[in-house]
Design a protein around this ligand. Structure first.
Ligand code: ARG
Length: 399
């Protein structure tokens, strides 16, 4: 029986060229799968037709925007996921969702091979293939860019030779990956890490330095999940989409960093993630108000591990499942409203309220009405410092 190759298809040059290449290489048929994760650009029907025109026997397009927001972006938000304390995992969140749909398509269409457009230098090959191993280990993988050293010039020559209906002239100087949760940009001149980013790198955010009126938004959370903006109940996709526009218009969420890739190299990436950064700021503050101290402290280390696991391609893994169960439990009181001012590149919390608040005005106030018994503090401090006091006396020969 001939192979059936399920290809993660973007509609761009490289994955379009991959269709006839994979058919030739395997002597089989290619099924193209394109997933809408809120990346914008061409509509899915145009992409579907192009896949068929390039020789795919089937082309499946999936609007996964709500699924991506609810099942991938919001779990990352509940984990305050920022790899290396800064990067909100934009690309890392999308690959496991694409994998899910590739596996579903392989089951529907009898796929035996999966193909993706990643190179051998990045994290995304790992995320695709680790995900596939977890969900459908029997599938073989072909990554033309990595396994057959495809270059852009080779792809253009191949497209022209085969007369493929794709525009080979549209050459962006940047390597970009974007979706609802944000946008990642790499490029030649940024590879000199002393070079500063230029304004035309950005498309989700306006220049934060430009003068403009501030925006203010109230975000409502239930159990750690955003449910409304300014009192309007919205779907997960709508919330992230609206915040991308509003926080983006204020230049919120630009990140320029050198990061540690899983494959061992350090790379420079410029990100913009206006909604993600605003939502994480709001969510962290609501946790500050509603999560008990030791649980909150412990959760910070869980959050960090969660972010590293997902960055490292282990979305579908036993440790990630267990951390999810912990985070889920830790979110049960994270409900309430957070008010943010969006301005000059920053999302700043200015107010918070919650029925599950652990903040007690009566305990915190320095005004009359204070119910905190200060006389208890004296003995507490003495016993708290006792172990260090004894050690210090020993060290000074006084014990
Ligand atoms: N470095 C990011 C990650 O590994 C983004 C990768 C894709 N970036 C790109 N500009 N194409 O998650």
């Amino acid at each position: 029986m001939s192979e059936r190759v399920v290809l993660a298809y973007s509609g761009g040059l490289d994955t379009s060229v991959a269709i006839p290449f994979l058919a030739e290489q395997t002597g089989g048929e290619v099924i193209a799968v394109a997933v809408d994760l809120g990346q914008g650009g061409e509509d899915l029907e145009t992409i579907r037709k192009r896949a068929l025109a390039c020789g795919a026997v089937e082309a499946v397009v999936i609007d996964a925007r709500e699924e991506f927001a609810a099942d991938f972006c919001f779990p990352a938000l509940r984990a305050n996921a920022l790899y290396m304390d800064r990067y909100p995992l934009v690309s890392a969140l999308s690959r496991p969702l694409i994998v899910k749909h590739l596996v579903a398509a392989a089951k529907t269409f009898g796929g035996t091979v999966v193909s993706h457009g990643c190179t051998g230098k990045g994290n995304d090959q790992v995320r695709f293939e680790a995900g596939l191993s977890a969900l459908h280990p029997e599938l073989k993988v072909i990554a033309p860019a990595r396994d057959y050293a495809w270059t852009r010039d080779k792809a253009i020559a191949f497209a022209e030779d085969k007369g493929l209906p794709i525009d080979v002239s549209a050459k962006s100087p940047y390597s970009i990956d974007q979706n609802l949760w944000g946008r990642a940009v790499e490029t030649g001149f940024l590879e000199d890490i002393w070079n500063g980013p230029v304004e035309d790198l950005y498309s989700y955010t306006a220049d934060p330095a430009e003068p403009r009126e501030a925006d203010e938004v109230v975000i409502t959370f239930k159990g750690g999940v955003p449910t409304a903006l300014d009192g309007r109940a919205l779907t997960p996709f709508q919330i992230v989409d609206e915040l991308n526009r509003r926080a983006g218009a204020q230049g919120v969420g630009r990140i320029d960093m050198v990061e540690d890739r899983l494959v061992g190299i350090k790379s420079r990436e410029v990100y913009e993630a206006p909604a993600a950064i605003a939502l994480i700021a709001a969510h962290m503050e609501l946790e500050n108000v509603t999560v008990e101290r030791d649980l909150a402290r412990f959760k910070r280390s869980v959050d960090q591990r969660w972010g590293e696991l997902v960055y490292d391609g282990l979305w579908f893994s036993p440790l990630k499942d267990s951390l999810d169960a912990f985070i889920n439990d830790a979110q049960k009181h994270v409900s309430g409203d957070v008010r943010l001012t969006l301005h000059a590149g920053r999302a700043v919390v200015t107010g918070r309220r919650s029925d599950a608040s652990l903040y007690s005005y009566d305990l915190a106030t320095y005004d009359t009405g204070d119910t905190f018994d200060q006389s208890l503090a004296k003995g507490f401090v003495e016993l708290w410092s006792l172990p260090s006091k004894i050690a210090s006396m020993r060290d000074r020969g006084q014990a």
